[in-house]
Design a protein around this ligand. Sequence first.
Ligand SMILES: Cc1cc2nc3c(=O)[nH]c(=O)nc-3n(C[C@H](O)[C@H](O)[C@H](O)COP(=O)(O)OP(=O)(O)OC[C@H]3O[C@@H](n4cnc5c(N)ncnc54)[C@H](O)[C@@H]3O)c2cc1C
Length: 322
Amino acid sequence: MSAFDVVVIGAGPTGLACAIELKRRDVRTLVIDKGCLTNSLYNYPTHMTFFTTPELLEIGDIPMTSLNEKPTRTEALKYYRRVAEHYKLDIHQYELVESIEGEDGAFQVKTPQAVYSAKKVIISTGYYDVPNMLNVPGEDLPKVIHYYKEPHPYYDHEVMVVGAKNSAAIAALELFWTGAGVTLVHRGPEIHKHVKYWIKPNIENRIKAGEIKAYFNSTVLAIRPKSVLLATPDGDIEVRNDFVLAMIGYSPDMTFLNATGITLDPVSQKPRTNPDTLESERKGIYLAGVIVAGMHTNEIFIENGRFHGAQIATAIAKELGK
Ligand SMILES: Cc1cc2nc3c(=O)[nH]c(=O)nc-3n(C[C@H](O)[C@H](O)[C@H](O)COP(=O)(O)OP(=O)(O)OC[C@H]3O[C@@H](n4cnc5c(N)ncnc54)[C@H](O)[C@@H]3O)c2cc1C
């Protein structure tokens, strides 16, 4: 069994920030990710641009540059690869952590490939693995997509975008520009007020001009192979449809946290942590990044989650006498 001081679960920006800060304090650390490096960012829409300026995405004091004011996904992936390489982080990709057994000072972190022993464990598993569901009949049809990548495959098809936040608005616009017929459906009365100021007027004008058809105060009742049944303020209607993009958000994997014995707040699902150290109620296990926000995934971003690295590393180094 390989032995480490700390195992970090999740090689997202926060997991990497933790590993860097631990390395700086001479703490022997392994990072494990079930996918590739920064797997969530890799799975974001192919041509996405971050809404954050580059310096706020930086970790480990490595400067991030961008050709434009805001970096693209491709630039961010390149940046985090460079950071991992610079700090020579020990990262095992494509290993799913299935369980954490044992106790403070002697944990066993289990993946299908190996069992690692660790004195401390940091969980930074993000929130992009469990898509929120519409919970309607037909949602299991192959035409229903929860992860939008790019518009090309939908050219000359009827696409329904469900949701009215940033991801939905951006997908609807890209699809429209690429020659898809776009229908937007949202249970609320308008495009969400938090949609970025450079996107909101654009989508609203396309709707006003009738270029994108929108149904507000409406919900999806059922998805059928060639149509979608909607409940609208004017009654139920059936809309011709080829693809449904359910852009209604994602949630952290609470099953994993629960199985790990982490106590969650019953309402917000926020893991109970010591605010100074981010140690959970299961001694020796720390929480980092957006997972700390529970279901309030809009409270922690890369911008602020990256600081969890130094916070946790300071606490762990002290405990380990480093
Ligand atoms: C489209 C989009 C645009 C965004 N734009 C911005 C932006 O401009 N600025 C900003 O600050 N934030 C932005 N965010 C939010 C930001 O990406 C997240 O807040 C951030 O990635 C959280 O970092 P993290 O390290 O906590 O989690 P993640 O980056 O989600 O990393 C978690 C990692 O854990 C791994 N993992 C999960 N479970 C396991 C397991 N059991 N075993 C092993 N590995 C596991 C995952 O594969 C993943 O790599 C955006 C989000 C989206 C969806």
